[in-house]
Design a protein around this ligand. Structure first.
Ligand code: HEM
Length: 196
């Protein structure tokens, strides 16, 4: 965790509580076949990915930049040009997110920050953190879609730590499950009241 990143409020007491409990999170993890082994492999990936987050972000940002239907959500309301400062500010938090995902601490603070990240994609809080005037809401359909490119392009980086092919595979599987778990949690603001 780092507090020097603008708008990164993980662990801060003013954050709203997640609408789901730790108990419900546990049941969700079970439904995803996410277990202790996944936590172990995510933490193994921490050492591998630390120091490589900029390279990874180059790939992910390159992916977003090359798809107008995605970069649109970083565009200025006036004129639609991508907002470079917005992209750069979010990139810093995204880099921290890589390490937070690899740290795999599924406690109340983590759960509450998932709620916050969901709200930041949704019209309830998008643009607020960086004080920007950009698209109001990220269309939900693109959020689960990005699970695939994000986790697939991560795999070659997981292989750079000198671990066996089996370990690399298990780190990758754990990442797929963790990103899926997070995207499910981020979906909550998009789901009709009472249906999540
Ligand atoms: C698997 C899917 C996705 C992942 C893992 C992901 C990850 C993240 C992370 C870690 C942040 C920063 C959270 C923070 O403030 O600490 C973020 C913010 C953001 N993401 Fe995503 N994201 C996903 C899908 C998308 C999609 C499809 C778009 C559309 C282009 C998008 C656009 C944005 C924008 C515009 C922000 C800044 C929101 C704001 O605070 O104003 N994301 N995302």
């Amino acid at each position: 965790m780092s507090t020097s990143i603008l708008g990164y409020t993980y662990g801060q007491p003013q954050l709203a509580h997640s609408p789901i409990t730790l108990q419900e999170l546990e049941l969700l993890k079970q439904a995803l076949l996410f277990g202790d082994e996944d936590v172990r492999y995510l933490r193994m990936s921490h050492d591998v990915l630390q120091g490589r987050t900029e390279e990874i972000l180059d790939v992910w940002y390159g992916f977003v930049a090359s798809h107008p239907q995605l970069v649109y959500y970083f565009g200025k309301k006036q004129g639609g040009q991508p907002d470079g400062e917005y992209l750069a500010a979010v990139r810093k938090r995204f880099g921290q997110w890589i390490l937070d995902t690899a740290a795999a601490n599924y406690d109340q603070k983590w759960l509450d920050y998932q709620y916050e990240i969901g709200r930041r994609h949704h019209r309830t809080a998008k643009n607020v953190t960086d004080g920007v005037e950009s698209a109001d809401n990220i269309s939900f359909r693109y959020i689960p879609a990005l699970i695939y490119p994000i986790t697939t392009t991560l795999k070659p980086f997981l292989a750079k730590g000198g671990h066996s092919a089996d370990d690399v595979d298990k780190m990758h599987q754990a990442w797929v499950k963790s990103v899926l778990l997070q995207v499910i949690l981020w979906s909550q603001p998009y789901v009709k009241d009472g249906d999540f």
